[in-house]
Write a protein of this length. Sequence first.
Length: 126
Amino acid sequence: MPAPRTRGRYTQEVIEFAVNKVHQGRRGTDVARDTGISYETIMGKVRLLKAGKDLTPKRRGPKPLFPDSFEQDMVAWISAMQQEGMPATRFVILLKANKLLRRLDPLRTVTGSWYCRFMNRGTNFR
């Protein structure tokens, strides 16, 4: 039997609806009973809202190695290479990515696992 699902159990719309009801003055326990969302979840989101924090779900895991603009530059460069008839190989892409990364942090390097994740991120080069 699989473990119970704890993350992503509620849609963002349902959570926002429940938080708005509490924010408008309804009791958290009543909203929890009516919506089926746990009281702790609702009140945690209400506390974040009152503190001025953003309630939109964020990407889990470590921060990306590159900012979005760098990855877009890489995609544009690879596409330009392909249009010129010189498709970039894995080695050449890693060299270019390391050059870009050295501008941000001279001690960090890009690895083969970054290359695999980069190619699987929805870029259709092949």
